[in-house]
Design a protein around this ligand. Structure first.
Ligand SMILES: [Zn+2]
Ligand SMILES: [Zn+2]
Ligand SMILES: [Zn+2]
Ligand SMILES: [Zn+2]
Ligand SMILES: [Zn+2]
Length: 246
């Protein structure tokens, strides 16, 4: 294994690892996949960007019953959070960030019309807004790094521990990146393939059913309370949170 393999791998999966740890705590799993899949293509964290170009934490509070989570950024018409690849690495373009002129903050995923997602309407069918472009709906010019299908074949899901178990989807530490490959799993968690202390600490929570049983119907709030031990809130608060039910 070459020297920078572990730190690079850890960095690549940091957001997804954080998402898995958060989901285990709250019992709310936010994931991107094709509806017919029994695995997720992406674990979504509150910093993960939506098609509307705003992060999940800029959207309304949600719970495990949420179907459509609208954006709350003033002026943004987005009616439902939909994950979009945030980095070229998310679509397998590992060479791109190595270019000296690469600007990570400016990178956006592209449509077949050659315009990036942020120049398409936030809501379906995601018409292109560039003047003169005939594009009537966003069609990814990239394939998912996990399954090789187009972006538009995927959906963002807000699942509970229980609903995932019923669907045969992994939960708890089984949802960690590389859950089935201990060396890589340890690298993603700690940066060291031989260090399973993080994993064992998390594993303890897999057996605490009350966490997930009560967590499912509670509201996750990210605004305020930064640095608290829990991002789980029981408040429906002044935020105007209205869960959307199926
Ligand atoms: Zn938005
Ligand atoms: Zn959005
Ligand atoms: Zn387009
Ligand atoms: Zn266009
Ligand atoms: Zn996929």
């Amino acid at each position: 294994m070459n020297d920078d393999f572990a730190p690079k791998l850890k960095e690549l999966f940091d957001t997804e690892t954080a998402a898995a740890i958060e989901a285990q705590k709250t019992g709310i799993y936010v994931a991107w996949r094709c509806p017919d899949f029994q695995h997720d293509c992406q674990r979504i964290f509150h910093t993960s960007r939506c098609f509307c170009d705003h992060s999940l934490s800029d959207h309304a509070s949600y719970n495990a019953m949420s179907v459509k989570v609208p954006c709350r950024v003033p002026g943004c018409p987005c009616k439902a959070y939909q994950w979009i690849p945030n980095r070229p690495q998310d679509i397998g373009e590992f060479w791109l960030p190595k270019r000296p002129d690469f600007d990570a903050a400016a990178w956006r995923a592209k449509c077949k019309c050659k315009h990036t997602h942020n120049f398409h309407e936030a809501n379906r069918p995601h018409r292109c807004t560039i003047k003169g472009c005939p594009c009537g709906h966003f069609m990814s010019d990239f394939l998912c790094a996990a399954c090789d299908r187009h972006w538009e074949e995927h959906q963002t899901f807000f699942d509970s521990h229980k609903s995932r178990v019923e669907q045969g989807l992994p939960v708890g530490t089984d949802w960690l990146p590389f859950a089935e490959m201990p060396d890589l799993r340890n690298i993603a968690l700690s940066g060291n393939e031989a260090d399973d202390s993080h994993y064992l600490a998390l594993k303890q929570f897999d057996t605490i059913p009350s966490q997930t049983a009560t967590g499912n119907n509670e509201v996750v709030k990210f605004k305020g309370g930064k640095g608290g031990s829990s991002s789980r809130g029981s408040t429906s608060g002044p935020s105007g949170f209205k869960p959307t039910y199926d």
